[in-house]
Design a protein around this ligand. Structure first.
Ligand code: PLP
Length: 361
């Protein structure tokens, strides 16, 4: 068996311990004679898997009791619709546009009411986070929406926006569990699992109880109501059971590694290795303003398209996979989620040094 260093933005690298354990349990989960994939979601065995996963997630994030944890499907993109369908009372949402994912959410909300772009970094190709200390928040806004870590452009909010008392809704897909957060500052958090916590097919929503109501937009399908899933503890219908089981293992792995404070420290060290190199390189440069840099997604360029393409090709041959930048921006992007080991980033940086020595002036 040989494994590569996988810098994919998602689906992405998962902890080897988790994969190994899941492989061991594949045919016979803890003596029950079947795989979790084959198990009824109504069984006692699965009930304890989902309950333990929720408990561990609550411990990791310090989720207050007045928040529900929901394991949903439809990816993060489905949340772009569920948010307005469930939270629109005045049918007004204020959106901060920091990249494609925020923009998609904003456009989706327009299908159901008024979506206002109250700030944007589109003027400089989303290479920074706009000033969010004094936003023109709409008086009748039902919420203020952010994408907290911008997977494609590699920016991250370092301080949350001043929502002037409005509910904060945040897409945390690409920074979920990478560092501690104060859940009580948000009304609703959601994250697709396929970056930091598990396989595609699971999306986790953490929602304050007062936002879970029957007062949703007319015509909202049963499956797209938070209340449906909250009332049934994520078991209204067959959930993405195997994915939830893997998420649970990742939560356990995070706890064993010392929780989110320890993870933050580790992620900062890992990212610093790469950013420090980028800052002194004569060939490569980062594309994001320093103060808004993401710890998870690091885009960089040489400034020459042919050289970028050569880098992607040669790095792949060296066992460093998926370093090509997103199709909308080009260049390179290294996604260095929780499960990317330090050695992966060390290998990447030494490969970049060799590449620079070989092709630089
Ligand atoms: N939000 C962010 C920040 C993302 O990075 C992505 C996917 O990469 C999405 C939303 C969309 O997720 P999904 O493909 O699960 O719908």
């Amino acid at each position: 068996m040989s494994r590569v260093y996988n810098f994919s933005a998602g689906p992405a690298v998962l902890p080897e311990d988790v994969l190994r354990e899941a492989a061991e349990e594949m045919m016979d989960y803890r003596g029950c004679g079947m795989s979790v994939m084959e198990m009824s979601h109504r069984s006692k065995m699965f009930e304890s898997i989902i309950n333990d996963a929720e408990k561990d997630l609550r411990d990791l994030l310090g989720i207050p009791d007045n928040y529900k944890v929901l394991f949903l499907q439809g990816g993060a993109s489905q949340q772009f619709a569920m948010v307005p369908m469930n939270l629109f009372k005045n049918r007004v949402g204020d959106y901060i546009i920091t990249g494609q994912w925020a923009k998609k959410a904003y456009q989706e909300a327009k299908l159901y009411g008024t979506a206002n772009a109250v700030a944007s970094s589109a003027d400089k190709t989303f290479s920074y986070i706009p000033d969010v200390s004094d936003l023109p928040v709409s008086e009748n806004a039902d919420y203020v929406y952010i994408c907290e870590n911008n997977t494609i452009y590699g920016t991250k909010y370092k301080t949350l926006p001043n929502t002037k008392g409005k509910t904060l809704v945040a897409d945390l897909s690409s920074c979920f569990l990478s560092e501690p957060i104060d859940v009580s500052k948000y009304g609703l958090i959601f994250a697709g699992a396929q970056k930091n916590v598990g396989p595609a097919g699971v999306v986790i929503a953490i929602i304050r109880e007062d936002l879970i109501t029957e007062d949703v937009l007319p015509g909202t399908p049963t499956m797209l109501r938070y209340k449906t899933h909250a009332d049934e503890k994520s078991l209204y219908n067959t959930p993405p059971a195997y994915g939830i089981y893997i998420c649970g293992k990742v939560f356990q792995w995070l706890k064993k590694r010392g929780g989110l404070e320890a993870m933050k420290e580790f992620n900062e060290k890992k990212a610093a290795l790469l950013y420090d190199y980028l800052d002194q390189s004569r060939m490569f440069s980062g594309t994001v303003v320093k103060e808004d840099r993401s710890l998870m997604n690091v885009p960089f360029v040489t400034g020459k398209e042919e050289l970028d393409a050569l880098f992607v090709k040669e790095s792949k041959a060296a066992g460093l996979e998926n370093l090509k930048g997103h199709r909308s921006v080009g260049g390179m992007r290294a996604s260095i989620y929780n499960a990317m080991p330090m050695e992966g980033v060390e290998k990447l940086v030494s490969f970049m040094k060799e590449f620079e020595a070989k092709y630089g002036k």
